[in-house]
Design a protein around this ligand. Structure first.
Ligand code: OAD
Length: 246
């Protein structure tokens, strides 16, 4: 069984990292994305943009994976032991899936703990604050490092792999995402076009909720572990020889 999971900010909400669109508390309710998350903003006000991502990077370094990240990591291993496969695509720029133990996570909106050099295109781990005085370790250029994240107006990463793998999945699951930002919000429609069953796990119905075959509403830290257990139990029930592999 191949399960394709897409995660969004909701899976990291209980780790203390803010979502974007939750009323009042969402990052984009407090900050204007056009002033902080576009290439034009970085060109015009680099210090302000770097400060925003420096703040988010410090918050991330202080955060820990929650039970939803941990359950998905265990689920990936359990599926693998049963001859199945988990594709994990995230819109999140945090590394909480990896710290929970998930491998091969596709970060379609980039990674906050990486910096990219605009001069030589080198990508390197970055746990420190960035500024216009930061120097690229690869080419030595000063002032060309930016967070390795995808901004509005830029093309998300790994869309070729998504296009190849999503139609081959046996199930598509979206976790903690509002379905407001494309192309990720369109994955459910792609899945449906290819006859892939779809499931939403979210605190409340997403903007595209009507496109999902099934839904599970509640905090990710409750719903994700429960959903993982249910899928594994269903798999084991259909293959009695594979029991006790968890
Ligand atoms: P949003 O903030 O748009 O949506 C978060 C979703 O998580 C909402 O549907 C919430 O109901 C849900 N949620 C909140 N707390 C939850 C919890 N404890 N458990 C489960 N669900 C919870 O975040 P995304 O959909 O990830 O892009 O946003 C998509 C993209 O928009 C982001 O990657 C970012 C943003 O602009 C860029 O910055 C390019």
């Amino acid at each position: 069984m191949h399960i394709f999971v897409l995660t969004g900010a909701g899976i990291s909400a209980e780790s203390g990292l803010g979502t974007f669109r939750d009323a009042g508390t969402g990052l984009w309710a407090r900050f204007d994305p056009m002033k902080l998350a576009t290439p034009e903003a970085f060109q015009q006000r680099p210090a302000e943009v770097q400060a925003f991502y420096n703040w988010r990077r410090q918050n991330l370094l202080a955060a820990l994976p929650n039970p939803a990240h941990l359950a998905l990591a265990r689920f990936g291993d359990a599926l693998h032991r049963r001859g199945g496969r988990l594709t994990l695509v995230t819109q999140n720029i945090d590394d909480l899936h990896q710290r929970a133990g998930s491998s091969d996570v596709l970060h379609m909106h980039g990674e906050l703990l990486k910096a990219r050099c605009l001069a030589c295109h080198a990508i390197a781990t970055c746990r420190e604050d960035l500024s216009q005085h930061s120097r690229c370790a690869a080419c030595g250029r000063v002032g060309a490092l930016r967070p390795h994240v995808v901004w509005f107006g830029e093309t998300p990463l790994f869309l070729d792999l998504v296009a190849e793998w999503l139609p081959t999945a046996d199930l598509f699951v979206a976790i903690g995402t509002s379905g407001a930002v494309y192309p990720a919000a369109g994955f459910v429609a792609t899945a449906r076009r290819h006859g892939v069953p779809t499931c939403e796990i979210n605190l409340e119905p997403a903007d595209n909720a009507s496109l999902f075959d099934q839904a599970l509403y509640g905090p990710a830290s409750d719903c994700v572990p429960a959903w993982c257990e249910k899928i594994l139990a269903t798999l084991d029930a259909s293959r009695p020889d594979q029991r006790n592999l968890s």
